[in-house]
Design a protein around this ligand. Sequence first.
Ligand SMILES: Cc1ncc(COP(=O)(O)O)c(C=O)c1O
Length: 345
Amino acid sequence: MAPTTSGPPRAYNDVLEAIGNTPLIRLNRLTEGLQKSSVWVKLERCNPGGSIKDRIGLQMVLDAEAKGLLKPGGVIVEATSGNTGIGLAIVAAQRGYRCIFTIPDKMSDEKITLLKAIGAEVHVCPTAVEKEDPRSYYEVAARLASEIPGAWYPDQYSHLANPLAHLLSTGPEIWQQTEGCLTHFVATMGTGGTITGTARALKELAEADGSEPPRIVGVDAVGSILKQWFEEGTMGEPHTYKVEGFGEDFIPPATDFSLIDEVHQVDDGTCFRWARALARREGMFCGGSCGGAVKVALDLAERADAAGEAAMIVVILPDAGNPYLSKFYNDEWLVENGWDPQDWE
Ligand SMILES: Cc1ncc(COP(=O)(O)O)c(C=O)c1O
C-alpha cells in the first residue's frame, strides 16, 4: 500500500480538535521474514493526552453536556486505570470542570502524578479486592459521585459513548487509511469499547462496500475472565496480573461479544517483552498492552504467511511508554519481579 502523505498540515482551534486522526504505521523490523503478510499499528499515543482514551473522554463529555448531566462548573467522577482519567481531564481543563478519579494501587506513580498535573484529584484504592467491595475503585467512585453535589459519573464500562467514539472515529479512520483492504483487526479488551465500536464500524463499512469484513481479534490478559466468557459463556476465577489497562474480573456491559471472532490471552512477560521490542526495533515507545497486541498480530501474520495468504493486520497500540518507565522499562524492576531482560535481547 502506498503511504498517504498528501494534505496540508492542520491548525486547531483547541486541544480537543487534535484528538483522533492518529497515524497508521507499518512494522518493518519485527516482521522481517514475512513474505506476503503485513502488520500495521495505529499509534494512539499521538493523541494529545497520550492514549486512545482521549477519544472516549471527549465523546462521553459531549453526551453528558447534551443530556444536561454535566453543567458549567460540574464535577466529573470516574473509576479509571489512568488513561481515561487523562482523557477526561484534558476535556475538563478545556471546558472548566473539576475532576475526581479513583485508581487501583497497581497503577504506576507516573499516571497518578500526571492526573494531578492536569488538575485532577486522585483517590488510590486497593487492586486485590472484589469489584463489589466498598474499597474497590469502582465502588469508591460510585459513592463519591452520589455524595458530591453536581457530580457526574460517566462509568466507561457501561457508557454507550465509549464504543460510539470508536464507531465514529477509530473505525472509519482505519477503513480510510487501509482503503478498506485490512483482513484482521486486533485490539486489547478492557472496557471493550475500542473493539466493539471499531469492529461495528469496520463491519458496516465492509457491508456498504460489498467486501469481506476483517476478522475481529480480541486480546485478553492471563488472569482475566474475558476469554473464557467469550469461548464458553462461563466465569473463570480471576487473578491479579501486572500489565495495565486490559483484561477484567467482570463482564463490561460496553463489550458486544457478538462482534468478536476470536480472543487470545497474553501473559505479563509477553506484554513487557514485546513492548520493549517495539521500542528498540521499531522506534515506537508504547505501553504493555501494545506489546501483547503486537505479539498476537505477529503470530497471526506468521500463520497467514505460512498458508500463503496476504494478510493485512491492523493493531491498536493504546498508549505511550512514558507511564511505565519505572516499571517494565526499568531493568531492575523486571529482575525484582522475576524476569531477566537479557533473555529478551
Ligand atoms: C493501556 C490500555 N490498553 C488497553 C485498553 C483497553 O481498551 P478498551 O477499554 O477500549 O477495551 C485500555 C483501556 O483502559 C488501556 O488503558
